[in-house]
Design a protein around this ligand. Structure first.
Ligand code: GRF
Length: 196
């Protein structure tokens, strides 16, 4: 597994850290960066790295199956054998996740299984948790639910807001995701743990 496609919807900061890591240590090849949004800032960043890009605009499709069929076709055309979701904000249906079962990863900004879904940092603060962080997991049909392949954690500060916490966790994401990708392409699925 070394032909990696990265799916984004926005700024693509996690994509940048993945592509930079792959180009640095040659452990894998970034063969495609695909966005569901034509205006995603990450597309220009990918092009600057020399990585082929594609846009499959979800608003241009009648339903989710048609959209996911078009995404799958782009992945097959790029001969991707591993997919990294990185700030990709579409929920993927069962048929698509089954096609890529075991070959699709996602980064989620919480210490899974806690706080699946959105507003993760606000929920951790509201719950009075000591720690927060991010997780890389295998994508399955159940949202944010697959086997966890890595986690990075740090202490929540008393004065943290969701924004300040997100800002301190994002650099951990940029360390965690490349570390997990390196292990996965080496055939090792043992979890990566980073204490921030
Ligand atoms: C990150 O917090 C990531 O955990 C979540 O989307 C946010 C933005 O990611 N999935 P990126 O900057 O677009 O990579």
């Amino acid at each position: 597994m070394r032909r990696v496609a990265v799916l984004i919807s926005g700024s693509g900061s996690n994509m940048v850290s993945l592509v930079a890591a792959m180009q640095a240590d040659k452990a894998a090849d970034p063969v495609l960066v695909l966005s569901n949004r034509p205006d995603a800032g990450g597309l220009a960043k990918a092009a600057a790295f020399g990585v082929p890009t594609a846009v499959v605009d979800h608003t241009a499709f009648a339903d989710r199956a048609a959209f996911e069929g078009a995404v799958h076709a782009e992945l097959v055309a790029a001969k991707a054998d591993l997919v990294c979701l990185a700030g990709f904000m579409r929920i993927l249906g069962e048929d698509f996740t089954r096609l890529w079962e075991g070959r699709m990863l996602n980064i989620h900004p919480s210490l899974l299984p806690k706080y699946k879904g959105l507003n993760t940092h606000a929920r951790a603060i509201a719950a009075g948790d000591e720690q927060a962080g991010c997780s890389v997991h295998e994508v399955t049909a159940e949202l944010d639910d697959g086997p966890v392949l890595g986690q990075a954690r740090l202490a929540i500060r008393p004065d943290d807001t969701p924004d300040t916490l997100a800002a301190r966790i994002l650099p951990l994401e940029h360390r965690l995701y490349p570390a997990v990708l390196r292990r996965v392409v080496a055939g090792d699925r043992s979890p990566v743990v980073i204490q921030g």
